[in-house]
Design a binder for this molecule. Structure first.
Ligand code: SF4
Length: 135
């Protein structure tokens, strides 16, 4: 059994509590409070304690969906990314980068949210970025 502790930041709200993820055989199994973090000093609210649960939720989408003729169908990541890149490229070309906004989620990791805002600012060229946990 391969067991690792991975430090991170809770993404559920703007407080930014330090957490430790328990990863067993590559699978996220639990969240613990980071005792040495200056924000939360070993404490978490109920949302933070359950931070890992949505990752393994049975209702989580496991593959991308494309909507065609009013219906969603499963597609490959290559198809979804290619379609999205083509659409974003044509929207930016026609209407400029500020015609695009990037909305991220507390149900992504802090690191994924960081990458999403970098994508908005550096690749698209807009500061139109928002997050549901903004306080
Ligand atoms: S949701 Fe709770 S644990 Fe997460 S950052 Fe906010 S106060 Fe901390």
């Amino acid at each position: 059994m391969n067991c690792r502790i991975v430090p991170s930041i809770c993404s559920y709200c703007g407080t930014g509590c330090g957490v430790l993820f328990l990863v067993v055989d590559g699978r996220l199994m639990g969240t613990l409070p980071m005792k040495t973090h200056p924000v939360n000093e070993g404490k978490l609210c109920i949302k933070g304690w359950n931070l890992h649960e949505y990752v393994n939720s049975f209702i989580r989408l496991k593959s991308p969906l494309l909507k065609k003729d009013g219906r969603f169908r499963k597609c490959t990541w290559e198809e979804a990314i290619g379609f999205t890149a083509d659409r974003l490229r044509s929207i930016v070309r026609e209407h400029g980068p500020d015609s695009v906004g990037v909305l991220v989620s507390a149900k992504m990791s802090n690191e994924e949210n960081y990458l999403a805002q970098k994508f908005a600012r550096v690749v698209i060229g807009t500061n139109n970025v928002d997050h549901c946990a903004r306080l």
